[in-house]
Design a protein. Structure first.
Length: 277
């Protein structure tokens, strides 16, 4: 028997909880997420000029926090489950949740910067890859294909489709290059809650999962490894790395399902969604 999935129509001023229901938002929610997503994208645009060899990840995090506060927003990650920083910065073989600190960027590094400004109670969640100096050709190819995986996943996110169609599109493209699709982490519902239903897995069977309906907000954030798909979390409880120490890349957008397709809330206003910038 097919699984039953619960949906909940929510108003912009209604208190929401993570209760397993998939929230369906109206026009005010769309407007709020456009504002939050725009700020998130603008912050990553600004990071293009900050990322370079010799800069520390802590310096980048300080700049990101300042940009959020200057805009009247709050870093959603700051204090989240004890996390003490305003972004996640993941370098080379770090898959996700890299902790900013004294690590100095070197020429050839690739890195993901993940930001979530909280704007008027709404979360603009997005991440993007950056180059410090000149990476290897194989690193550039991994980044390019990972971005293509994201956009193919978004293209599959249509009203009436199934959630599994997103992961199927991502996995099929990554498999062409024999890259590994990370299973341990996934996308998620987003809005007034940082992480909500549904879980958006990036390797799935087409035609499975909840039906995509207008008003659903969620992230798609494929993590693609140059080698095997397996991940492990380090002793700090946050940093996830590839088990085989191969390079990893990730891109993330927050999107909505609309009546006719989808809307990307976190698209770069300057076209800087994927390097080279």
């Amino acid at each position: 028997m097919a699984a039953m999935h619960q949906y909940q129509l929510v108003d912009s001023d209604q208190t929401v909880y993570r209760d397993g229901t998939i929230k369906l938002h109206g026009p005010e929610g769309f407007d709020a997420m456009r504002k939050a997503g725009r700020l998130a994208a603008e912050i990553l645009d600004a990071c293009v000029d900050l990322v370079r060899p010799g800069v520390t990840t802590g310096q980048l995090d300080d700049a990101i926090r300042g940009m959020m506060l200057d805009a009247g927003a709050v870093p959603a990650t700051l204090g989240y489950r004890g996390y003490a920083h305003s972004s996640c910065i993941s370098i080379n073989h770090v898959i996700c949740h890299g902790i900013p600190g004294d690590k100095v960027l070197k020429d050839g590094d690739i890195l993901n910067i993940d930001v979530t400004p909280l704007v008027d109670g709404w979360h603009g969640d997005t991440s993007r890859m950056f180059y410090a100096g000149e990476p290897s050709l194989k690193a550039k190819k991994l980044v390019e294909v990972t971005y293509e995986c994201l956009m193919l996943g978004i293209a599959a996110a249509q009203p009436g489709a199934r959630l599994g169609d997103i992961g199927a599109a991502i996995e099929a493209h990554a498999n062409q290059f024999r890259y590994g699709v990370v299973r341990e982490f996934c996308g998620h519902g987003v809005g007034r809650l940082f992480h909500d239903a549904p879980e958006v897995v990036h390797a799935a069977k087409a035609g499975t999962g909840p039906e995509l309906k207008p008003g659903m907000f969620f992230t798609i954030e494929p993590m693609i490894n140059l080698g095997k798909p397996w991940a492990k979390v380090l002793g700090d409880g946050w940093t996830a790395v590839t088990r085989d120490k191969s390079l990893s890349a990730q891109f993330e957008h927050s999107i909505a399902i609309t009546e006719t397709g989808n809307e990307i809330f976190t698209k770069s206003p300057t076209g800087r969604d994927c390097p080279p910038y």
